[in-house]
Design a protein around this ligand. Structure first.
Ligand code: SAH
Length: 244
């Protein structure tokens, strides 16, 4: 499990965010993976306003209450929307350049911290993990540690709002059957590496998780998972609450 922070020379997404913020445009933010073809993240999308957000994200912003933690806040798009709604939010990110940009954009409470840093001992009523927020967990085997960490950060009656996608559509055959190798690792465990201009980040694990698997792990670790809303393409919003 990765508990570290990024440095500026290995922070491609943060650099893209900082460039877009200062120049109104950015170069290609390239994404590599051993499992997929090269792809890119449209940097402008990281600056989406509430009306440009998918329904799942709008719903989670409405549901967020009390003191809110925006995990992996990026450009701060959700934190700024929450502030506009009069809500109290702390934005955290491991990316130094994203944190600087959020400060410049007017996010009131920002910290460069890793969600899994054991010295992070604040508490929250809502923990927001958006834009495939399950990704930060990295791998299925990290879920018990993730839920332990969430128990420490959640106030009584609090909850996690997390979105994810079921990647099964990638393995779906034309006849509706699935070509998933059950002996292989879970199909939602992927690796990514990003590059912006000459800045290349370290490779990292990213977890896409289907709702059923998430519910199973949640129950094993003292949480209840509720399916709040399904998106347009195998994506969904889940609410996770502590049951014991
Ligand atoms: N939530 C934003 C950005 C999503 S990209 C949006 O929806 O636009 C994921 C972000 O999570 C990146 O900014 C990355 O730096 C951050 N991140 C990754 N691992 C993290 C961790 N362990 N703790 C905190 N932030 C993390």
């Amino acid at each position: 499990m990765n508990r570290s922070l990024l440095s500026k020379d290995k922070d491609p997404m943060g650099k893209a965010i900082a460039d877009f913020y200062s120049n109104g445009r950015a170069d290609l933010l390239r994404v590599f993976s051993s499992q997929f073809e090269e792809d890119e993240i449209p940097v402008k999308q990281l600056f989406r306003t509430i009306s440009q957000m998918p329904g799942i994200e709008q719903k989670s912003l409405q549901m967020a209450k009390g003191r809110i933690l925006d995990v992996g806040a990026g450009s701060g798009c959700h934190s700024l929307a929450l502030q506009d709604m009069g809500k109290e939010v702390l934005a955290i990110d491991i990316s130094p350049l994203s944190v600087e940009t959020m400060q410049s954009r007017g996010v009131h409470q920002v910290r460069q911290i890793n969600l899994f840093d054991e010295s992070f001992c604040d508490t929250f009523d809502t923990i927001l993990m958006l834009m495939n927020g399950s990704g930060i967990v990295g791998r299925l085997e990290n879920l018990p540690m993730f839920f332990r960490c969430m128990k420490r950060l959640l106030r009584p009656g609090g909850s996690i709002l997390m979105d994810s996608s079921d990647l099964r559509y990638i393995f779906e055959e034309e006849d509706g059957s699935f070509s998933i190798d059950l002996a292989a690792k879970y199909y939602g465990e992927v690796d990514f590496q990003m590059q912006y201009k000459k800045i290349k980040g370290e490779p990292f694990d990213w977890l896409y998780i289907d709702f059923q698997t998430l519910s199973f792990y949640a129950a094993e670790n003292g949480f209840h998972a509720e399916l709040i809303m399904e998106g347009e393409h195998y994506d969904y919003l889940a609410q996770l609450t502590i049951i014991n």
